[in-house]
Structure formats: C-alpha cells, structure tokens
Design a protein around this ligand. Structure first.
Ligand SMILES: Nc1ncnc2c1ncn2[C@@H]1O[C@H](COP(=O)(O)OP(=O)(O)OP(=O)(O)O)[C@@H](O)[C@H]1O
Ligand SMILES: [Mg+2]
Length: 783
C-alpha cells in the first residue's frame, strides 16, 4: 500500500484516484497521491478541513462542464508540450476549470514545495479577475486571498499561501519587471487571448523569450474565439486543443430590418422581454458611460410607466471608470416582487464591452447586443487617443451571446440583421497595440530589458510612427536618453503603476517641496472616481420625479451622492440641478445656496487638481468619518480607496528614497509649488486660451473646451489638463491654471520655439523667453 502511495508521478500525469489503492486525503501538502480536487475525498487537501456541502453541490455542476470530458487529454497534451492553445466554447469551463486541472497536476509533481510555485491565469479586465477568482475559491472551498487570489492594479488579494492567482494581464507584466523569468510560476495561462489587449500582446512576445530560458515553465493560451492558425504559427506550431459544446444552449435572434437607432431599439427590446419573456435577468451591451446611464434611466422610467402589471426592475450600470466596489453591484440579486404573489422582478445590467468576455453573472438569461462598442483609436500625429463608436467583430458578437446560457438556457437578441452579421462584421477585433498610445508600454519594455523594440517579436508589430512618438514622449519626460536608453529617472518612473506623466510628476515632486500633496492628488486621480457625471443623479431623479420639493429632493440626492457621486463634481452637479428645472422654482434659491456652499467648501479657484487635494485633506482632518462624508456629499468608499492607493504610492516612493515633504501651508508658495510640480509631469498636456476665447492644445493645435465640471471661476490663459475627452465636442477634463513663465522655466526643452508650430501661444512664449533672458542679463550685470 505504502509503496503505491509513494508512486512518483511526473508532471501532468493524469491521476485517477480510484486506481491508486489506499490513497488518503493529503494533508498539509504531503505527497499522498489523491488529487486534491478529484472529488472523492471528504477532506480539503488545501485547508485540511472537511469539505462543505456547497463544495459537493458545485462539484456536481463542474463535472458536467464540457472541459471535464477532456481533462485527461488536456493534461496529456500539456505534459508533452511546453505551449498549448486551447479553444473552447464560451461557458465550457476554461477559465474556472483549466487552472484547477493544472494546479492538481503541478501539485502532484511538486508535492513538497507547494508554496514555492504558483499558477497564473490572466484576464484582460479587473472585474473578471475579481469575480472569477471568487468563484474558483468557492469551487475549491477555500477563502479568497488564501490558496486562490487575485491581483489587479492597486489591489492585491493574495497571500503567501496563494497557489492559483488570477490577475490582469497588466499586472503579470508588472511582475515580470521584478521577476524577469517569472520564476514563481510553473504554468501561465493567458486567457481571453482573442481580445488582443496591449498587455496580452506584449506578454505573448515576452513569454516566448521566457519559455526558451525556462524549460520547466508551461504556457496555455485560451479563448473561445481565437484565430487558431495565426496563434499556432506565432507559437511555433503549438498544439491546438478544441473543446466543443457548452452546458446550456443559447438561441440567437436577428432583426429582420436594420435598426435606425440602436439605443432606442435596445430599450424597446428590454421592455418587450420584461413584458413577454419568462423569468431571467437581462444583459444589454452599450458603448459608454453616458449612454449607459441614459439607458438605465429610460429603462427604469418606461418600465415604471407600465405600472403593477409587470414586476419591478433594477437597472445596474457597468463600465470601467466605475470604482470596483460599484461594479460588484452587477452580482446583486434581482429585486423581489412588489407585493407577495405579484410579478417577479428582473435585474438589467447595462454594460460596455467589459462584460463581454469571461464573466458569469448568475441569473442572466437574455443578452441584447446592438452590435457596437467604443474602440480606442490613436492618432500619433496629434497625440490624441480617443474612443470611437464602431461596429463590433464577429468574435465579440460570439462572446456577447456567450454571456447568456451560462447557468440555464439563454437567448441573445442581436439588433442587426443576419446578413449584416455575415457580411459587415470583421472576424476579429483589431489588436489594441495597433491603435494605442504606446508610451507606457515602451517604458515597460525598456524596463524589461527589451531595447530593440523594432525587432521585438510582436504578433502584430505596431506602426513605426506610434513607436517613434512613444520614444519621443519618454525622451521629453527624461525617462529615456537621446540614444533611447532608460535613464535612472526612467527606471524609477517605470516602477509606478501609473502613466508616465503622473510618475514623472511624483518622482520630481520632492524638488518642488510638495511630494505629500502630489501623492494625494495622484491617488485621487487614480481613484477613477472624480469624473462621475450628473447622469447618476438623473437616474435617481427619474426614479423620484414625484418629489418637487427641494428638501425631499435633497434627501434623494444625498442617497445618490453617498452611494455613487463624487465630491468634486458636486458644484457642477448642483449647477446642473439648478438649470435642470426638475423641481419647483420656489426652491431654486435653496438649491443655488447648496451649490454655492458645496463650492465654497472644497472648490479651489485655481483648479480641479487642487480641489481634489482639498477634499482629501478635509477627509483626513475629519478622521475619515463616514458620517462626515455623508453630510458633505462625499463618497466615502471612493475616498477610502484613494487613501489606499496613496499608501501604496508612498511605499514605492520610500523604496527609492524619494523624500516626503510639504511647503508650509501658510506660505504663498504652497499651491504654487504644487502647480509647478504638476507642470513638470504634464507639460505636454497644456492648452492655451486664444484671443477668441477658445483653447488650443499646445503644439498640436487642437480646439478644446474646458469640461463643464471644472471648478475654476475664471478662464486662465494657460491650463494643464489630466484628460482629453472626445465626445460631441473635444473637452479637457480636470484642469488647473498654470503660468506661462513656469513653462519657460520648467520645460524649455519641450517648448523649444525653433520646433514649434505657428500659433498665438508661440508668440506669447517668445515674449516670455525674451523677458526671462532680460532678467538673467540684469542679474548678471548686478553681480
Ligand atoms: N459565478 C458563477 N456562478 C454560477 N455559475 C458559474 C459561475 N462562474 C462559472 N459558472 C459556471 O461555470 C461555467 C464555466 O465558466 P467559465 O468561466 O469557466 O467558462 P469559460 O469557458 O471560461 O467561458 P468564456 O469563454 O465565456 O470565458 C459557466 O458557464 C457556469 O455554468
Ligand atoms: Mg473564460
């Protein structure tokens, strides 16, 4: 018996516990032979505790998934090959099961070193990494963050015990910076490879190199919709394994005629489903934040108008700039019937394509796919990255329909004709690397030691002009020298999980004696919550139209704010409310007063960045008190998350001995130093106000408008901006007033007039340079 238990299993031997007599559950990682997740044991080998009832319930369902039919075959192919490409239908069990199969095999191979190795599974989206890892932790009957964890930017939910980690592709790339051969991993699974995100594409090239140096490492590339041949060609003939079938069918419907207005058609379809179709939640794909908020509002209103003949609905938005905690709302259950025995409620998730891959939202039966998504496009000539609404690819349409029929049979309503699907949609999504600003990617590649970008083994090499632009930006920032080599500054910058401008601002902030403040501003900007728009409130308002009285209305608003809205936009918000005319005019003075108070409380006349800083300071001064946040219309969760980001950034600063310092708050220079430090990072994001009153971006001469959410009470001659937003007009969002004189002092290399397009800004700068020269001369003469 004993000898049989000690039978040496080599990597990826298929373990059939029934054929190993006398096997016992393995405790504390000892080599016992039984596969930990094979299911016949009563004790969880990872925790040493008895499996819960829930474990067995889920196990039954897992075993019915198509990938289980091919488990042995999969492990055999992986045993014999270093790289494997796996294509399996949506919902067949790739993301949740394959990593567990792999884990089981590796665990058998390395029984004594359980905690020295790991299995990684990448996801392009944070929301997927978080939700899938939670599901797998549940399937393995362990606590999330223990044996199974996840890692997304600014949030690491893993521990020394973690053996299976779901992480965004960007995070794996970051790990490669400190662990170039990714030595902690035995198997890396690149999931949703068809999405061709920037980070996944870089990982392809990188891992090809790593595999050559690490014969013990294995790579699995997975998706439901890959161009298999292209991938096999790229991965040097790696075997392709196909998993046919899915657990539940999805019926696809097309429209007979093309729809003129997809938004209107989507809402109409939601209402029809709600009125006519059996129970089940709905997932609607739309293109962006504003449209989604608008749709949620209209859906709520239209279904509200139907009265009690239909059940209640809960419309839940999902898009990437929503803080992770808010994104989790999509997993909440549908609302109960309004009264006992009444029609059942439905949850309606309205999402961008971030819900297109990987996700299982329990209860979703119906998917509505209008066939559009916002696609990033980058114009290297004017350095503008923008999002354009474009038709999706066939692969995307397939992924979208795959979100239905996961936990029961489903239906997908495509709001386009079948002919259009066949003839108009591209087979695959165009790789992100071909349509992005690559500054950050190039910095990462340089840090990874890849100097020869032109010959890097990209699956689809980016345009030379885009690479040149990225090199140029990094050179202006001082991250690369004139030969294109990483400088000391560039090395430090690359350690921050931020865009290069923000990292530069942080790294130089001690020179301006304000690193404490710049840290707070960066954390607030990275909290991705500053620009949440009025649409959130509108959604609430439409739910509560009956309140025409300001004080009642205010209560509704307080709820909305507490939950969803952001402090900084509150002035804008109040302004909008005043002009929206949604409540009786008698209440206008009171609303106006609230708006003014909100502005007076935190607004800084010199700009939004400083307003953010004020909000952060006030939050800390009030001991992070949730009730203070509530009373002040501040989203407590968002502030808490910013505070957490700040702590992480502080740790990186400490690693590089970057001093934490502040100018005396009473000094005239307090805010000036902060603004100068910001300019030192963002000197390439400056706009100048022309005599006509409109702004032009410097050097690229694009006409832009200050976003209406700004807190300025004047129109400054020069502003730096955090974001360029292309909607119906070109906006710059999160802006701060800066001085022309500072530009000349801080970034003369970029504002070199010999290499500057003709414009008003140039003439102003010429005068400023002359003035500076004169001052210098006077100084010299005085000496
Ligand atoms: N959170 C969950 N709740 C309930 N069932 C789930 C959950 N996650 C997964 N499942 C079940 O497991 C199945 C497989 O999910 P998994 O994510 O592994 O599929 P997949 O092959 O990766 O699909 P996709 O290509 O869409 O990413 C689902 O179809 C569903 O039946
Ligand atoms: Mg998946």
């Amino acid at each position: 018996m004993g000898t049989e238990r000690k039978r040496k299993l080599s990597l990826f031997d298929v373990v059939d516990e029934t054929s190993v007599p006398g096997t016992k559950p393995k405790l504390n990682g000892g080599f016992g032979g039984a596969a930990p997740m094979a299911g016949n044991s009563l004790v969880n080998t990872w925790t040493g505790k008895a499996y819960s009832q829930r474990y067995f319930e889920i196990l039954e369902k897992r075993k019915a998934l198509p990938v289980w039919q091919q488990k042995d075959e999969f492990l055999q192919v992986l045993k014999n090959n270093q790289t494997l490409i796996l294509v399996g239908e949506t919902g067949s069990g790739k993301t949740t099961q394959i990593p567990q199969f792999v884990l089981e095999a590796v665990d058998n191979e390395y029984p004594d070193k359980r905690r020295k190795w790991m299995v990684a599974c990448t996801q392009p989206r944070r929301v997927a990494a978080m939700s899938v890892s939670r599901r797998v932790a549940e399937e393995m009957d362990v606590a999330i963050g223990e044996e199974v964890g996840y890692s997304i930017r600014f949030e690491d939910c893993s521990s020394a015990r973690t053996v299976l980690k779901y992480l965004t592709d960007g995070m794996l790339l970051r790990e490669a910076m400190t662990d170039p051969l990714l030595e902690r991993y035995k198997v890396i699974i690149l999931d949703e490879a068809h999405e061709r995100t920037l980070a996944t594409d870089v990982l392809f090239g990188l891992l090809k190199e790593v595999l050559k140096n690490r014969p013990d490492l294995k790579l699995v590339v997975m998706s439901a919709t890959l161009e298999a041949e292209k991938f096999q060609g790229y991965f040097l003939g790696a075997p392709l394994m196909k998993v046919p079938g899915r657990l539940h069918p999805v019926e696809i419907f097309y429209t007979q005629e093309p729809e003129r207005d997809y938004l209107e058609a989507a809402i109409r379809t939601v209402v029809q489903i709600h009125m006519c179709e059996p129970l089940g939640d709905i997932l609607v794909f739309l293109t962006g934040e504003e449209e989604i908020e608008d749709a949620c509002r209209k859906i709520t209103k239209e279904i509200g108008n139907l009265g009690d003949q239909v059940g209640p609905v809960k419309a839940v938005p999902l898009y990437s700039t929503l803080p992770p905690a808010m994104q989790q709302k999509i997993f909440e259950p549908a609302p109960p019937p309004l009264n006992e025995g009444g029609p059942a409620g439905r949850k309606i998730v309205v999402s961008t394509n971030i819900a297109e891959t990987s996700l299982t939202i329990d209860g979703i039966v119906y998917v509505i796919d209008p066939g559009f998504a916002k696609q990033k496009v980058y114009n290297p000539r004017v350095r503008v990255e923008s999002l354009l609404v474009s038709p999706i690819s066939k692969a995307s349409a397939h992924q979208r329909s795959g979100r239905a029929g996961r936990t029961q049979p489903g239906k997908c309503f495509r709001l386009y004709t079948e002919k259009s699907f066949n003839n108009d949609l591209q087979p695959q999504t165009y790789p992100e690397i071909l349509r992005s600003n690559l500054a950050n990617t190039v910095l990462t590649l340089k840090k990874l030691g890849i100097d020869d970008l032109v010959h890097f083994d990209f699956m689809d090499p980016p345009a030379p002009e885009t690479l040149m632009r990225a090199l140029e930006v990094l050179n202006y920032l001082g991250a690369l020298d004139d030969e294109g080599n990483l400088t000391k500054l560039g090395e430090i910058m690359s350690e921050f999980p931020l865009d290069p401008q923000m990292s530069k601002m942080l790294v130089v902030s001690p020179e301006f004696n304000c690193s404490n403040e710049i840290l707070s501003i960066s954390a607030m900007l990275s909290g991705c919550f500053i620009c949440m728009p009025i649409e959130h409130v509108h959604r609430w308002v439409s739910l509560h139209m009956m309140f025409s009285n300001w004080s009642m209305y205010k209560q509704v608003l307080v709820h909305a704010l507490r939950d969803e809205i952001v402090a900084v936009s509150q002035y804008y918000l109040m302004k909008q409310m005043v002009s929206s005319g949604l409540y009786a005019s008698a209440d206008l003075p009171e609303a106006q007063k609230a708006a003014d108070e909100a502005k007076a409380r935190f607004g800084h006349i010199d700009g939004d960045h400083l307003t953010l800083l004020n909000v952060y300071h006030a939050y800390k001064q009030n001991n992070e008190d949730p009730s203070w946040c509530y009373e002040n219309f501040i989203n407590h969760r968002a502030l808490k998350s910013a505070d957490n980001v700040r702590q992480q950034l502080v740790r990186i600063m400490a690693r590089f001995n970057l001093k934490l310092c502040s100018t005396d708050f009473n000094s005239r220079d307090y805010y000036i130093n902060i603004r100068k430090a910001m300019l030192a990072g963002y000197f390439m994001q400056v706009a100048h106000m022309e005599r006509t009153g409109h702004y032009l971006t410097v050097k690229d001469n694009q006409v832009v408008h200050l976003h209406p959410s700004n807190c300025l009470d004047h129109k400054p001659e020069w502003v730096i901006y955090n974001e360029y937003v292309l909607t119906s007009r070109n906006f710059i969002r999160t802006v701060t007033d800066i001085r022309g004189e500072w530009i000349v002092d801080i970034a003369p290399h970029y504002y070199d007039l010999e290499n500057f397009p003709q414009c008003e800004a140039k003439r102003v700068l010429e005068r400023l340079y002359k003035k500076r020269e004169k001052e210098r001369e006077e100084n010299r003469n005085r000496k």
